[in-house]
Design a protein around this ligand. Structure first.
Ligand code: ADP
Ligand code: MG
Length: 677
């Protein structure tokens, strides 16, 4: 059945509908109300409560145009019980006429305590007669865009509801098991709530009709992810059984034993690698949980089988640090990794590419330069992506296309709350390192007002005098890289002046790579005592002797950023301290964030609270660009339903493939096609 919009629809309307995501008539059906207005009753002015949307009726007893604080129309509406002020900042002559003294008006809006008393700002007003009937049911209010009135939307939505066939995509067995209403009944009810409806449930989106829509949406998401997962399970990858010679030798020379948590994830990864299908596993572990050594062991399993492994990191600093570490670890085993980054001189780059292409090296480490088109691996068995959340989905997918199908291990230190992982990472297998290696002393966090900056400076001086090293993280300036750089340079200049006896270094994103590497090496070698840095040090940097960090203007940073930064200290046995310098006044969000980071050290808990503060979209970052976001369900609230959707998705794929197809068609037809990526 054609669901295209009616041919009679004019282009301007069509364009506006497209702007709010309505391309066909089915989108109209799924364009559900944002909220509902209650025009079924009239509240006495005396009974009005601030903050609550209400409808009142009365006579205009006064109307004037006032100029303080700015030109506005102010009316007084009177009923038997009292007087309410109506205020309009923008108004037309027609409204002035409608609201003239003596007119009887019904006004609907949120009530607040204003300058003169109770008031409504920009209420919806209609002229009322003595006996104008009240609405029988709640009035839906739709999300819309400028120039597209509610009435136009309502007209098209109702036409679509009447004309379209709305068969259920869920098999009856499943529906009755879940005790959910039919799809058709649900959308009809949400667009036209009957007078008898449980209003609270409707408004709270807890009504069975809402539950059905949310479930359908979650199910569609799970289905698409699981289809993707299954498709991958049908492709082939090299089998890389754990031979044990290299991995065992490596574990012998490691200066520490793997923790139970590391061993557990390693078993999961190792098992995946032995299978003839491409692994796509996400390894999560808080900052400092020891993911690098797990990555090294996974790489060795590929190498033992004569396959190449590639390790990619999002920043040059981190990639280089991995390179140095792995070279130190693996050269004694006769493996010499090759380094490849965009900043290499042409000659060295070509040499590196040649070693990769000829198979002369079995381990390549670098930035995304590793996956540019000139780079051809001879026999790539495993790709490891560190800090994968810093890369977009697109990049991740492009990577997969390279060479024959290699296994993929993605690592992330931004812990993803369980529901988020279940929802947006349902196409991946997930391993979690849930315990830090022993011997760590938790970092002490202090929040200090910028007015006490001098004390902080004294602390840095004392710490460095005792042979400790410190980071000073420069304020984040989102708007401009030039300003960011300028701030870093200024901070550096100021601190060098304040600490004439200390050796101070500076690292920032605009530094060329050799200089960057030199500064990091000097800091690591304890030749610098204080490192002034921008957030380039956010990921991965590992200098155990650094035990003090000052984060300047911490209120500007996001939670995961603060957590990552703080993770740079507390890496040695020494008690570490992280000082968050903040400037007042604090926004409410900034205050909430600082409280979370102050009270928590567990990355998972921080991530969970971050999701509550900002919503899942922000937390997903780059990933969201490739994955349809949820419109109706809310994974912070609908966790139980998400669990059910996941189970049912597998059941439907197994037992009712046609239903799965129909459901995906209905919900995903217009969405960016993640499945075929
Ligand atoms: P992340 O998970 O943040 O990437 P790293 O791999 O950088 O963490 O590890 C952090 C530090 O912990 C490194 O110095 C590493 O050598 C050390 N480490 C890793 N595993 C263990 C372990 N099992 N016991 C002791 N130290 C460990
Ligand atoms: Mg790391």
């Amino acid at each position: 059945m054609p669901t295209t919009l009616p041919a009679t629809l004019q282009k301007p309307t069509r364009d506006k509908l497209a702007k709010i995501g309505i391309i066909n008539r089915f989108d109209l059906v799924l364009h559900l109300p944002l909220r509902y207005e209650d025009e079924t009753q009239i509240v006495r002015i005396d009974d009005l409560q601030a903050g609550i949307g209400s409808q009142v009726e009365g006579e205009i007893i006064h109307a004037e145009i006032a100029f303080r604080p700015r030109r506005s129309l102010i009316c007084q509406l009177k009923d038997d019980s009292g007087i309410l002020f109506l205020r309009f900042l923008n108004f037309y002559p027609s409204q002035q006429k409608q609201l003239a003294v003596g007119k009887r008006i019904r006004a609907l809006g949120a009530v607040r305590v204003g300058y003169f008393g109770m008031e409504m700002v920009h209420p919806k007003c209609r002229t009322a007669g003595e006996n104008t009937p009240l609405k029988q049911a709640l009035t839906p209010v739709y999300p819309t865009t400028a120039g597209l009135p509610q009435a136009t939307l309502v007209k098209h939505i109702h036409a679509a509801l009447n004309e379209l066939d709305l068969p259920d995509t869920l098999p009856p067995e499943i529906l009755s098991k879940l005790q959910l209403p039919s799809f058709a009944d649900s959308v009809k009810l949400l667009h036209n709530p009957p007078p008898s409806i449980d209003e609270e449930a409707l408004l709270e989106r807890a009504h069975p009709a809402w539950l059905r829509i949310k479930f359908d949406e979650l199910l569609a998401q799970q289905l698409s992810m699981r289809v993707h997962y299954r498709k991958r399970q049908q492709r082939t990858a090299p089998q890389l059984p754990a031979e044990g010679n290299l991995t065992a030798a490596f574990q012998k020379v490691l200066p520490f034993a793997l923790t139970d948590a590391q061993q557990k994830v390693l078993r999961e990864i190792s098992h995946d690698l032995t299978r003839p299908h491409p692994m796509q596993r996400l390894l999560q572990g808080d900052v400092g949980s020891g993911k690098t050594v797990v990555a090294a062991l996974a790489a060795l399993q590929a190498i033992e089988n004569g396959y190449q492994a590639a390790l990619m990191a999002p920043t040059e600093i981190l990639a280089e640090q991995h390179f140095l570490k792995l070279r130190e670890w693996l050269e004694p085993l006769g493996i010499s990794p090759v380094w490849l980054s965009g900043s290499l001189k042409k000659k060295d780059k070509l040499a590196a590419i040649e070693r990769i292409a000829s198979g002369d090296t079995l381990l390549a480490i670098g930035t995304h330069a590793l996956f540019q088109s000139q780079v051809e691996f001879k026999k790539l068995g495993l790709v490891i992506v560190d800090e994968q959340h810093k890369f977009g989905v697109q990049q991740r997918l492009a990577l997969r296309g390279k060479g024959k199908e290699p296994h993929q291990l993605m690592m992330s230190a931004t812990p993803i709350p369980r529901t988020l992982a279940m929802s947006y990472y349902a196409d991946l297998d997930v391993s979690v390192i849930d315990k830090l290696p022993p011997g760590r002393t938790p970092v002490v966090t202090k929040l200090i007002n910028d007015s006490r900056r001098d004390e902080v400076i004294e602390r840095v001086r004392n710490a460095c005098a005792q042979g400790k090293q410190a980071y000073w993280v420069c304020p984040l300036i989102d708007e401009s890289e030039t300003l960011q750089l300028q701030t870093a340079l200024e901070t550096y200049a100021t601190l060098t002046e304040i600490f004439p006896d200390l050796k101070v270094g500076l690292v920032h994103g605009k530094l060329n790579n050799t200089d960057k590497a030199n500064v990091m090496a000097a800091f690591k070698a304890n030749e610098l005592q204080l490192l002034v840095a921008t957030t380039v040090i956010e990921v991965g940097v590992d200098v155990p002797n650094a035990s003090l960090m000052v984060i300047d203007h911490a209120e500007r940073m996001g939670l995961s950023q603060l957590h990552q930064l703080r993770g740079r200290v507390g890496r040695g046995a020494e008690q570490s301290l992280c000082i968050l310098l903040f400037q007042t006044p604090l926004s409410e969000l900034a205050r909430a964030r600082l409280k979370v980071i102050f009270e928590n050290t567990d990355g998972f808990e921080i991530a969970r609270q971050d999701m509550q503060l900002r919503g899942p979209g922000e937390l997903l970052g780059a990933r969201q660009s490739g994955v349809p976001m949820l419109r109706f369900a809310d994974i912070t609230q609908d966790e139980l339903m998400l669990n059910t959707a996941r189970t049912i998705a597998d059941e439907i794929l197994q037992d009712y493939p046609d239903a799965a197809r129909a459901h995906l068609q209905r919900w995903m037809a217009n969405k960016p096609d993640y499945l075929h990526a």
